[in-house]
Design a protein around this ligand. Structure first.
Ligand SMILES: Cc1ncc(COP(=O)(O)O)c(C=O)c1O
Length: 363
């Protein structure tokens, strides 16, 4: 038995919202804990899903043919430079499984997305986590930590849970003369929220110049298809080819493929949501500043907030009122919470409750 698996931290999902509502006798619940899009999918997407439902007696398109064509045209890449996953989570596993061997190691930062550590540990691969500096990836420290055994580096850009991002200059400097034996996996799950920033890196340029780079993106966040599980990675063809070899033949379901295509046809709808989320985030950050609370300025759809030693009490109290936020203890940040931007009324509710709690706790 692979008893080392007993050391793998297990992801603890919360109870189903309906269950919680029943248990605590709550009239309504707002889930602001998983960085999801709070709005339903675009009408065209819902239509595509219901059409696709009638065809699920058949296996899905194993090569993800139409979406592959569509994305390769959009990105100006060869179709063979793309691989699809059951969510981008699965692509993280593919990368570790296909690119890192026994005795090799993976590097990442801390605090970052926990799946890098989980994937490495499940595969029995050593992972080293380099502390962030001011809640940002310290790329120079990561560069300095590279050894002959380092085969893969995970960089979440923008990062979860900090909401910060690596700039174009930082990335160029990091990639310059990077040893050939190291592959860099840029996890751009929140790319669509950050792409308009002037100094946000154009990662396609690195891919097109033949660098040892992989990029993962997802339909879960901006496009609101978290429940369908679909993400994709692109990069150098030989690396993508290796990743695709550990893929199970029908890993991306039929409904997800159709929904993703329809989502790409609904840009105006998602642009509207993006504007709402951006405005709501600005309001939240402004109110937090007014309250004198420390938070990390975010380019994503969530904000990391410093609460202090009573953070768990706040999370529990909010839960009993019906607002679910994420406590950051598992990320080594026991004094912090992460709050996803919800619908305007949900964000107002959160702020109202936060103010009440601060007042009741003499702060
Ligand atoms: C940085 C990052 N990468 C990947 C994912 C996983 O997304 P998916 O739903 O595509 O598996 C998340 C989800 O929270 C994330 O925050």
């Amino acid at each position: 038995m692979r008893t080392y698996l007993l050391k793998v931290p297990t992801y603890k999902p919360g109870k189903p919202v309906e269950e919680l509502q029943r248990e605590l006798g709550l009239k309504k619940v707002s889930k602001l804990a998983s960085n999801e899009n709070p709005f339903p999918p675009a009408p065209k997407v819902v239509k595509a899903i219901s059409h696709a439902a009638k065809r699920v007696n058949r296996y899905p398109e194993g090569s993800v043919f139409y979406l592959r064509e569509r994305l390769s045209n959009m990105l100006g890449l060869d179709p063979g430079q793309l691989v699809f996953g059951n969510g981008s989570d699965e692509l993280i596993f593919f990368a570790v499984r296909s690119l890192v061997g026994p005795g090799d190691e993976v590097l990442t930062a801390t605090p970052t997305f926990l799946m890098y550590k989980i994937a490495a540990m499940v595969e029995g691969i050593r992972i080293r986590e380099i502390p962030m500096k001011d809640f940002r990836y310290d790329l120079m420290a990561i560069r300095a930590a590279i050894t002959d055994h380092t085969k893969l580096i995970f960089i979440a850009n923008p990062n979860n849970p900090t909401g910060s991002y690596v700039t174009k200059d930082e990335l160029d400097c990091f990639m310059n003369n990077l040893p050939e034996h190291v592959v860099v996996f840029f996890d751009e799950a929140y790319y669509e929220f950050a792409r308009e920033k002037e100094d946000y890196p154009d990662i396609l340029r690195s891919v097109n110049s033949g660098r040892q780079v992989l990029v993962a993106r997802t339909f879960s966040k901006y496009y609101g298809l978290a429940g369908l599980r679909i993400g994709y990675a692109f990069g150098r063809k030989d690396l993508i080819d290796l990743m695709a070899r550990v893929r199970e033949p029908f890993n991306v379901n039929l409904i997800a493929q159709e929904a993703a295509l329809a989502a790409l046809d609904s840009e105006a709808y998602y642009e509207k949501i993006f504007k709402i989320v951006s405005k709501e985030k600005m309001i939240l950050e402004r109110e937090l500043s007014r309250l004198g609370m420390e938070f990390i300025p975010s380019v994503t759809n969530f904000v990391l907030i410093h609460i202090g030693p009573q953070s768990q009490e706040l999370v529990d109290w909010l839960l009993h009122q019906g607002v679910i936020v994420r406590h950051m203890k598992a990320w080594g940040l026991p004094e912090y919470i992460r709050v996803t931007i919800g619908k305007p009324e949900e964000n107002k509710w959160f702020l109202r409750l936060l103010k009440k709690w601060l007042k009741e706790n003499g702060r």
